[in-house]
Design a protein around this ligand. Sequence first.
Ligand SMILES: [Mg+2]
Ligand SMILES: [Zn+2]
Length: 191
Amino acid sequence: MERLPTVFIDRDGTINIESGYINHPVNFRLYPFAAQAIRILNEHGIQVVVVTNQAGVGRGYFDENHVNMLHTLMKEKLKSQGAHIDALYYCPHHSSSKDPKYSAECDCRKPSPGMVNKALAELPVDRERMFVIGDRKGDMKLAENTGACGIMVRTGYGEGELIKEKNIPAEVITDNLLTAVYEVLSRIEQD
Ligand SMILES: [Mg+2]
Ligand SMILES: [Zn+2]
């Protein structure tokens, strides 16, 4: 089985406009460059895996059906622009949850590596060519924790975190998902 370079992409603030806990589909809006960015990865045979913390489930703001509905909507919006994601993992947990199903300490809430490990078990991922693109320090720590190249974007919380947070383990800092994808291509083509 051929192993593919793989980009793990955060959702909120990276693919879609950061809008807090998204409890209604009208608040789910792709960045205007998101589909193009993902389509470029598709065209280069690079695997696209979305990894997203959805603690709104654990916190009781919405349920998993809602999260799945938004993900169906996201895939449809991308598909209408010729882009597709190969897999998607989300973490519904949060330590504050009143529901024991969600309050248990998990290994999937970023920056824990659980979602990446699941992808490694289920998909043909080339471990030597893994990237994480996201807008938060936690995304870059996920990259650090999994041996991926961390690419931090300035959209979403990015600009603010770059000012406020110290020691963000990003290998690259760039404007947005599209410029991040160009970074990925340049690094893959160097090999
Ligand atoms: Mg984010
Ligand atoms: Zn989790």
